[in-house]
Design a protein around this ligand. Sequence first.
Ligand code: IPM
Ligand code: MG
Length: 364
Amino acid sequence: MKATIVLLPGDGIGPEVVHEARLVLDLVAARYGHQFVFAEHLIGGAAIDATGDALPTATRSAASRADAVLLGAVGGPKWDDPKARVRPEQGLLAIRKELRLFANLRPVRVHPALAHASPLKPEKVAGVDILFLRELTGGLYFGWPKFREDGQLHRRAVDTLEYREDEIHRIVHMAFKLARTRRKKVTSVDKANVLESSRLWREVTNEVHAQYTDVALEHQLVDSCAMRLLTHAKQFDVIVTENMFGDILTDEAAALAGSLGLMPSASLGDNHIGLYEPIHGSAPDIAGKGIANPIGTILSAALLLRYSLGLHDEAEAIERAVDEIITGGARTADMSSEKPLSTAEMGSLIRERMAEQPAAARAS
Ligand code: IPM
Ligand code: MG
């Protein structure tokens, strides 16, 4: 197949990890007979430096015409001034909104060989397999009014947590559908004992559930869910929640697996265009050193193949290679302090392992 993939390396370690993922995609193209056309564009701090805008028009239009977008990370101390008019993160929020990517999928799986690297006891985390669905274009991040007011007596700031029923509807439907391909359990997370928006969330979720009676549904309050992720993580299958709760809980859950550097994500909407990115940030402290873990981005490329291009075998080939090299002991510095591999070494190890896999079925 022929597909156009927009690469947005962004800031910090973004360019280093996106480079490795691109090499993996090149290998997939060669082995399976696909043609991937890559176009690289600016986002975040790099885009602010070059154009004054965190999501320049050229990036916007290339992304909306692409089949899929692969992003590294945005942000860094250089652009951190809280008074700055433009911030790198705005680029990320704007592209999610622009492409109408309302569902952020964040799988958290603990590789058996890494269970001991978790901050929790290995027996608590071995076997954890959770799929988070974070609502991505609503809630506090986008609600209106949103403003800051510096009055004569005091300063005041307002953010608004708003959800319309259709926004809840579509993400919860997706959660039930995905649960059907897994262990058929959905945990919906809210703060219905306090928030009006959460009470609506719970009500709509129950209504949608009537169409998926083969899937078990439970509701959990966000504070209790945060605790249960540490005490009973294995009980979760699909977790669906609003934007900000999802932001916080997915970082917490990613830590279970020993390193944030391993975790991929997919942001999807109604059409096939998706945005794929590791869940780690730009890690400015290690940027340019060649030691970042490329696995989160490489696994994001696998999700890209699966969800935007429908290339399931190809996605699995990448995931299998990553699993195998981790089993074999390959580690970057975030995973182990003993003889860690560089970003490039980790990338080539994964590609070598893929090249050793049985000959790929050629796509027609
Ligand atoms: C994430 C990040 C972003 C978010 C930031 C960088 C705007 O934390 O993707 O989880 O909060 O959505
Ligand atoms: Mg986050």
